[in-house]
Design a protein around this ligand. Structure first.
Ligand SMILES: [Fe+2]
Length: 210
């Protein structure tokens, strides 16, 4: 196979520095993101990251056959019980996290494991999962997310447990049948409040490295 020549300019477009990534958080990316215990900053490095909120741009837009996202969450926070039609893998970068899984969206998790930096866990399609920064951590945690390539806004993605959908609705948040968030009138206000609070804490714990 003959490989095309790649210029240095093209190569530099494929470099993402954390100092830039951290300036592009998406607070309310999902209908769980406004709920207690699930508040976090989401980052889309490559691909849509299964976002229900369509208003964001991945930082690296060259075609890939996988996607990369990242979350920052305070202790006791992380994504609520959900699943996807594809594989999703997690690698904590900071803090101790606990991952839960099960086969019944409305039942108790059947298993859990604690992971720290350098560990990883791969969730197969269809398993219900949630995870959070351990409650006894003193600082927030960061996790890297790798997702299979997948269809976008062609159906529910993520699928949420019923109590998560109900919790979102109580705050005015839901996703339509294509998995796209229907935003309430106060969306901008809620998004801004979450952003300011979490960004201030993250900047205190992970000082900008310039
Ligand atoms: Fe997920």
């Amino acid at each position: 196979m003959e490989h095309p020549k790649v210029t240095n300019e093209e190569m530099m477009k494929r470099v993402l520095r954390f100092s830039e990534v951290r300036k592009n958080p998406i607070p309310v990316m999902f209908i769980d993101s406004v709920q207690k215990g699930h508040q976090r900053l989401n980052y889309s490095l490559i691909g849509d990251g299964a976002s229900e909120n369509p208003d964001f741009s991945p930082m690296l837009d060259a075609p890939h056959t996988f996607q990369i996202g990242m979350h920052y969450a305070e202790p006791g926070n992380g994504p609520a019980y959900h699943t996807h039609d594809y594989v999703e893998m997690f690698v904590p970068l900071k803090g101790r996290w606990t991952f839960y899984w099960g086969n019944d969206p409305d039942g108790e998790p059947e298993g859990s494991t604690e992971l720290g930096p350098w560990d990883c866990i791969s969730m197969p399609p269809g398993i219900w999962r949630s995870f959070e920064v351990n409650k006894d951590e003193k600082e927030g945690g960061v996790v890297f997310v790798v997702l299979d390539q997948h269809a976008v806004y062609e159906g529910k993605d993520p699928y949420w447990a019923k109590h998560v959908e109900e919790g979102g609705k109580a705050l005015g948040f839901y996703a339509d049948e294509n998995g796209m968030m229907v935003k309430p009138d106060n969306f901008d206000e809620v998004n801004k409040d979450l952003l300011e609070r979490l960004q201030a804490r993250m900047d205190a714990e992970i000082p900008p490295n310039g």
